[in-house]
Ligand binder design. Structure first.
Ligand code: SF4
Length: 64
C-alpha cells in the first residue's frame, strides 16, 4: 500500500493527529506528507480511516 497527499490538503493536520506515525506536517509546503514509501501493515487500517475522514479528500491510497 502506498499513500500520497495531494495539493488539495488544507493543512488542518487531522491526519497528523489521527496517525502521527505516518503523517507529518510539512511547514515549507504547507501540507501534510507521508513518512513511508510503503505503508507498514500495522498502520494500513488507520491510514484508510484518515483517508475517509480527510475533509479535503487529499489522501490518496494506491493498493498493491
Ligand atoms: S486530514 Fe487531509 S486536509 Fe487535513 S492535513 Fe491531512 S491530508 Fe491535509
Amino acid at each position: 500500500m502506498k499513500v500520497k497527499v495531494t495539493e488539495n490538503c488544507m493543512g488542518d493536520r487531522r491526519c497528523n493527529d489521527l496517525c502521527p506515525e505516518v503523517f507529518e506536517y510539512n511547514e515549507d509546503e504547507l501540507k501534510s506528507r507521508v513518512k513511508f514509501e510503503e505503508i507498514p501493515g500495522e498502520y494500513q487500517a488507520i491510514v484508510r480511516q484518515a483517508a475517509e475522514e480527510c475533509g479535503a479528500q487529499a489522501i490518496i491510497i494506491e493498493d498493491d
